[in-house]
Design a protein around this ligand. Sequence first.
Ligand SMILES: CC(C)(COP(=O)(O)OP(=O)(O)OC[C@H]1O[C@@H](n2cnc3c(N)ncnc32)[C@H](O)[C@@H]1OP(=O)(O)O)[C@@H](O)C(=O)NCCC(=O)NCCS
Length: 160
Amino acid sequence: MNNLWIYKQLIGCMFVFNRILTDKKQYLDLLLLADEQEDMIDRYLERGDMWALDHDGVKAVCVVCNEGDGILEIKNLAVAPTSQRKGYGKAMIGFIIKWYDGYVRLRVGTGDSPLTIPFYKSCGFKEAGRIPGFFTDNYDHPIIEGGVLLKDMVILERLI
Ligand SMILES: CC(C)(COP(=O)(O)OP(=O)(O)OC[C@H]1O[C@@H](n2cnc3c(N)ncnc32)[C@H](O)[C@@H]1OP(=O)(O)O)[C@@H](O)C(=O)NCCC(=O)NCCS
């Protein structure tokens, strides 16, 4: 691991963000929380930058890809189940925005889920489009989140 960066939040918590360069699948259990099908993760894991948030152990991981034209896309963001709703997800977004200063837009594609859309909106993202049937067409099993069957991919964006 290198590119260690320490991000001191305004509230005073110290989180360490480690860039994961090798053996990215050591965090497969976390990655699968955000993207249930391993062969879909394989589509972006190697070309993406992977970050792990450490705060007395790894609490969250994120994979971001450079999509060109100043656009950075979050392909996977997952917080360990027992650590959710403690601000780690938002801290990861805050870190990404600071680290990738100079890019123009941060994008994420996610399911139309009552668990994730409010999270991204609380981080300043706005809906920018949809890919109809993305989840039903590309995954080998139905994906149900928060009691909702995911069909379309919702594209959300914010400025960096
Ligand atoms: C979605 C996820 C990344 C959010 O991370 P988190 O650390 O739990 O979220 P935070 O504590 O930073 O939440 C920040 C704000 O987002 C909103 N939010 C987060 N989770 C929410 C939920 N389940 N329902 C409604 N609002 C939510 C709230 O406004 C929250 O602020 P509050 O707790 O003060 O009310 C995390 O729950 C997760 O890993 N889920 C499973 C994987 C996944 O679905 N990833 C996203 C797809 S890429």
